[in-house]
Structures are given as structure tokens and as C-alpha cells.
Design a protein around this ligand. Structure first.
Ligand SMILES: CNc1ncnc2c1ncn2[C@@H]1O[C@H](/C=C/CNC(=O)c2cc(-c3ccc(F)cc3)cc(O)c2O)[C@@H](O)[C@H]1O
Ligand SMILES: [Mg+2]
Length: 221
């Protein structure tokens, strides 16, 4: 096929969503994924949980790993004030190009900083590039086997503060078992699981919310 799925998703946004209206962009993507083609956006069911955790955290600095088409970037930033620092990382230039247009259609381009590159390369540069010392809220939705190395990297770079919240998508499907073991056994995190379903399906999935408790050592036995 000439176009990619993200390009067809973007087309559905341009046709069905109202410019400058983030909720209509979210609805257009969810409609496309429910009725035309499944795509790996966090979706409306898990998205409502994401919304509630974002609102209760009311973060002033946010990091997202894995922008994809920009669905969760729009979900998160439609809830937060313009002064919020929101950085989203995407390693695939084609997906980044689609995400920029989705975010622009939602009218959120001035609130979102989309950086192209790999999380492992960019996380150590966050302080220098953006003058950000710590992130209040981090959303993991990138390659599942990178969740564990990346939360360790965030800790090692001192980018988590006491009270920082890391919310991870897909901890059941596709699954992130090593990540779950780590955050649930570490004394530096307090974790809880939000049971839900894989986007646009009845398959069991969920989100893990892990709050950073500060710099402690030792593992829970
Ligand atoms: C490793 N560091 C990285 N740094 C920057 N961007 C990264 C990245 N890893 C991946 N990315 C980007 O994130 C996105 C990847 C997300 C991976 N997500 C999944 O695999 C996934 C997969 C499913 C899924 C579930 C069931 C199934 F049958 C098929 C798929 C559901 C989801 O909600 C998912 O999030 C891409 O845009 C990719 O380019
Ligand atoms: Mg996901």
C-alpha cells in the first residue's frame, strides 16, 4: 500500500477532527482504530486512567517515551496549562512527522516538544538540552524491553525526584515482566496496577503507576 497506517490515521484526523479541538482529535483516532484499522495508541479505556493519573499528579514537567502518532501527547497536554514543560521522544522520523501533524491539528504544537531520537541517547541530555532537573510525570509507551533500562537510566541521571510518577502502558499485553518485578520489589518505588484492557479490544492489559520515594538502597527481600 502506498501510505502507512500512521499516515492513514493522520488522514482520518484531518477529515474527521475539528482543528484546534484536542477532544475531537482523540475521538477521530479512537473511531479510526475501532472501525478502520487497529493501531497501538493507548486508547480511550486506558486513556481515561492516564487522564486521571495526570490530573491527580498535576505535573509541571512531563516526559513521554514513544510518541508514535501523538495520541497520548494530545491526551496529556489537553489537560495541562501552557506553562507545563512536555517533552516526548520518538526514534522513528516517519512516525514523528505524523505525530507533529496530529499535535498541530489539535492546536497543541506550542505546548509539545517532540524530540527525534532514542531514549537512551536523549535522557542523559535532558538537563543540558532543556534545563530540566527532574520530571514530575513520565509516561512509558515505547518498546517494552526498554522500560527497565530506561527507568534505571532516569534514576541514574537524577531525573526522578521524591513524588515523581512513572506510568507504564502495556504491562500485561505485550507485557513488561522484568520492569514489573523491578518497580514492585524496589524500595525506591511504590507501585500500583490499574487493570484495564488492550486498546480497542477485550484483551486484558493495564497500566503500572510507580511513585519514586527518593534515593534509598537495598531491595525488598
Ligand atoms: C528504545 N527507545 C526509544 N526511544 C524513542 N522512541 C522509541 C523507542 N522505542 C520505541 N520507540 C517508538 O515508540 C513506538 C513504539 C511503541 C511500542 N509499543 C508497542 O509495541 C505496543 C504494542 C501493543 C500490542 C499489543 C498486542 C498486540 F497483539 C500487538 C501490539 C500495544 C501497545 O499499546 C503498544 O504500546 C514507536 O513509535 C517507536 O518508534
Ligand atoms: Mg502502548
Amino acid at each position: 500500500t502506498r501510505t502507512s497506517r500512521p499516515q492513514r490515521l493522520l488522514q482520518a484526523v484531518c477529515i474527521n477532527a475539528v482543528r484546534g479541538n484536542p477532544d475531537s482529535v482523540i475521538a477521530a483516532i479512537d473511531h479510526f482504530c475501532q472501525n478502520q484499522e487497529w493501531a497501538m495508541n493507548v486508547g480511550d479505556e486506558k486513556g481515561a486512567i492516564l487522564d486521571s493519573v495526570v490530573m491527580e499528579t498535576s505535573p509541571s514537567t512531563v516526559l513521554e517515551l514513544g510518541t508514535y502518532c501523538g495520541y497520548s501527547a494530545v491526551r496529556i497536554m489537553r489537560l495541562l496549562p501552557p506553562a507545563t514543560r512536555f517533552i516526548t521522544l520518538e526514534m522513528n522520523p516517519d512516525y514523528a512527522a505524523v505525530a507533529r501533524q496530529v499535535i498541530q491539528h489539535a492546536g497543541l504544537q506550542d505546548k509539545v516538544c517532540l524530540v527525534e531520537g532514542k531514549s537512551a541517547d536523549l535522557i542523559p541530555k535532558m538537563a543540558d538540552m532543556f534545563g530540566i532537573r527532574t520530571f514530575d510525570f513520565v509516561f512509558f509507551d515505547h518498546w517494552k524491553d526498554c522500560y527497565l533500562p530506561d527507568i534505571r537510566l532516569l534514576e541514574d541521571c537524577g531525573l526522578l525526584d521524591q513524588g515523581s510518577v512513572v506510568l507504564a502502558d502495556n504491562v500485561l499485553c505485550p507485557g513488561a515482566p522484568e520492569y514489573l518485578d523491578y518497580v514492585r520489589s524496589s524500595l525506591r518505588f511504590s507501585s500500583r496496577f490499574y487493570r484495564s484492557h488492550l486498546e480497542y479490544t477485550r484483551v486484558l492489559d493495564g497500566l503500572e503507576r510507580s511513585e519514586y520515594l527518593g534515593h534509598r538502597d537495598a531491595q525488598r527481600d
